[in-house]
Design a protein around this ligand. Sequence first.
Ligand SMILES: NC(=O)c1ccc[n+]([C@@H]2O[C@H](COP(=O)([O-])OP(=O)(O)OC[C@H]3O[C@@H](n4cnc5c(N)ncnc54)[C@H](O)[C@@H]3O)[C@@H](O)[C@H]2O)c1
Length: 307
Amino acid sequence: MSGHLEGKSIAVTGGGNGIGRGIALACAAEGANVVVADYGVSMDGQDPSSEVADAVVAEIRAAGGNAVAVAGDVSKMEVGQQIVAAAVDTWGRIDGVACVAGIVRERMLFNMSEEEFDHVVAVHLKGHFTVYKAAAAVMRKQEGGGSLLGFTSGAFVASTAQANYSAAKGGIVSLTRSAAFALRRYGVSANCIAPAAMTRMSENVPFEMEAGAPEDIAPLAVYLLSDGARDITAQIYTCTGRRIAVWNQPAELRHLWAQQDGVFTVDEIADRLPATIGDEEMPMFADLERRMKEMAEKKAAEEAAAS
Ligand SMILES: NC(=O)c1ccc[n+]([C@@H]2O[C@H](COP(=O)([O-])OP(=O)(O)OC[C@H]3O[C@@H](n4cnc5c(N)ncnc54)[C@H](O)[C@@H]3O)[C@@H](O)[C@H]2O)c1
């Protein structure tokens, strides 16, 4: 064991499967006591079971590590509380939380039901709030502070068929940045990973993904939860296993002052805006075109092979 997290207590939501499982196992291998929190649901959030959380706890214990399971729904306030209490009651501290739990309910915006929207936002965005809130309340008082680690997605920029997921992932970025902003004075950092890995969640993505194994995300998560990263906060990192990238910080780019009476009229905006501040390049549309072309080529090749 190299011990990057020796003696720390870390909770991992969604720790029963995919990326979260990889992080829970890696945290334990690095010396942490681990709360494996997982509702054990299907990809669309149905049929809960405590089996997956229990299985990862058994794996950690079999390897000589310490772990406890919490099998509740992270979108509930009391479950966020239980997850943090499991660490504090068992090991006396909560040093880090990684919020990896997630579901998908894919549908075009014009067909999406209120329930599909609310469910995805509840699991992802509120599921970060419930755990961040309970953890921050302990971390701000304990010596050494702590680390909050959220899981967003490149899809926070935009998604054609997952407006609910994209909105939740954008919310997670703002929630995490707000946590970083408010908690720095207490020694608490807050960062996000936008991962890409081949899991059940990504296996139906209809375009080529730059992605490796779910375990490949764990080294960056462990680093961000470790003391070595204590000065890193309010950052968003893409991680594909082989590539890590840092995102820019949102900021105004150019501005324009009103001339007439100090406030704009519609006419003045129409006259001056296009030639002065203009609008920004939209790389997401070029990406969409590239993906549509890739999908059309793949379909044509499959049809040619079948005929
Ligand atoms: N796989 C990717 O390429 C990819 C890309 C971008 C973002 N992400 C994000 O990474 C995270 C992990 O994704 P994954 O691919 O490992 O998914 P996964 O489906 O393999 O695992 C998700 C886990 O979350 C658990 N879960 C779901 N709802 C829950 C709830 N209400 N309470 C507690 N646990 C719950 C599930 O039981 C499951 O074990 C998600 O937030 C996902 O949005 C993944």
